[in-house]
Design a protein around this ligand. Structure first.
Ligand SMILES: Cc1cc2nc3c(=O)[nH]c(=O)nc-3n(C[C@H](O)[C@H](O)[C@H](O)COP(=O)(O)O)c2cc1C
Length: 333
């Protein structure tokens, strides 16, 4: 857990990741607030190796709520830069997840590959080919701003039933043009985004994609598809796959500590690419088991880090890892 890891020009001080988690605390126009400064700053003081900022919208209509962070305007860069500086100053590698909610967005204008609704949401409008080009361009601009803000890692949100995932899954993509049909065609939108962001995101900084490795539904994406997608992403210069699951449509599946680890393991083995695993992981022993057996390269703790920002410090036997300002609270120092 405490063995550093290198990807491109970035050295991660440990293997613990704070995964992207929406805080619904931005201003209505997508700007950073004091909540974010305290929230992310505290996890950096708490020793988290990689902090990935919550889903941050590349288009205003692609927000998941009216209080999500935005990266659709140059005006957003300054607030994001402050978060990067706060995190880096306290030793964390800083990443950002950029996102478009597609048919699961908040608000009036829902767009998607096809006019197929998510339950309890409006019917989305299928994007025209020209609109797809425009959306891809907005991902490119988002990547430019993420670089300008100084982030170390860029993650594209390709999971949980949002726009990229909607293109990938046959259950939400019924297009008959070159963006639908075969897996190769359904991947086209994501690959065009990757090519576009690579024009802005420097080659020496890691590029990550978060995927839902399975839809848990008949006719949906399977882990075999995801291994193939990960192989292709690797060929196109992606460095790190964050392996999540589900979210496209309601589905039932078994939950338990580390329930998504076998999915990360399959992606890592099948595509020979670095992975993050996530999902109901709370115990240091499980983290160690996952890492030592090579089932994933990083372990993300979501809700556990919301409950306990000092999880990493508590997990280390060496108490001198605590910030000196807190030493009077630590026995034995
Ligand atoms: C409050 C909250 C907000 C979340 N927001 C996002 C998000 O913005 N992007 C994303 O990919 N996943 C999001 N997730 C999913 C988490 O990143 C993570 O995959 C999930 O919580 C499972 O990990 P855990 O069991 O350790 O919490 C969110 C989860 C929570 C609890």
């Amino acid at each position: 857990m405490f063995t550093p890891f290198e990807l491109k020009n970035v050295t991660f001080p440990n293997r613990i990741v704070m995964p992207p988690m929406c805080m619904y605390s931005a201003t209505e126009d997508g700007h950073v607030t004091n909540w974010h400064r305290v929230h992310y700053g505290t996890r950096a003081v708490g020793g988290v190796g990689l902090i990935i900022l919550e889903a941050t919208a590349v288009e205003k209509r692609g927000r998941l709520s009216n209080h999500c962070l935005g990266i659709w305007d140059d005006e957003h860069v300054q607030g994001l830069r402050e978060l990067v500086e706060l995190g880096q100053e306290h030793g964390s590698v800083m990443g950002i997840q950029i996102a478009h909610g597609g048919r699961k967005s908040w608000g009036e204008e829902l767009v998607a590959p096809s006019s197929l609704a998510f339950p309890d949401k409006g019917i989305p409008r299928a994007l025209s080919k020209q609109e797809i080009k425009d959306v891809v361009e907005n991902w490119r601009q988002g990547a430019r701003r993420a670089h300008e803000a100084g982030f170390d890692v860029l993650q594209l949100h390709g999971a949980h039933g949002y726009l990229i995932h909607e293109f990938l899954s046959p259950l939400s993509n019924e297009r008959t043009d070159e963006y639908g049909g075969s897996l190769e065609n359904r991947m086209r939108f994501l690959l065009e985004i990757i090519a576009a962001v690579q024009k802005e995101w420097p080659e020496d900084k890691p590029l990550s994609v978060r995927l839902s490795a399975t839809d848990y539904l008949e006719g949906g994406l399977t882990i075999l598809d995801t291994v193939q997608i990960a192989q292709t992403l690797k060929e196109h210069g992606v460095d790190l796959i964050d392996v999540s699951s589900g979210g496209l449509l309601p589905a039932s599946f078994k939950l338990g500590p580390g329930y998504q680890v076998p999915l990360a393991e399959a992606v890592k083995a099948g595509a020979d690419i670095a992975t993050i695993t996530v999902g109901l992981i709370t115990q240091p022993e499980l983290v160690q088991e996952i890492l030592l057996s090579g089932r994933a390269d990083f372990v993300a703790l979501g809700r556990e880090l919301l409950r306990n920002p000092y999880w990493v410090l508590e997990a280390k036997a060496d108490e001198t890892i605590w910030p000196w300002q807190y030493h009077r609270a630590i026995k034995g120092i």
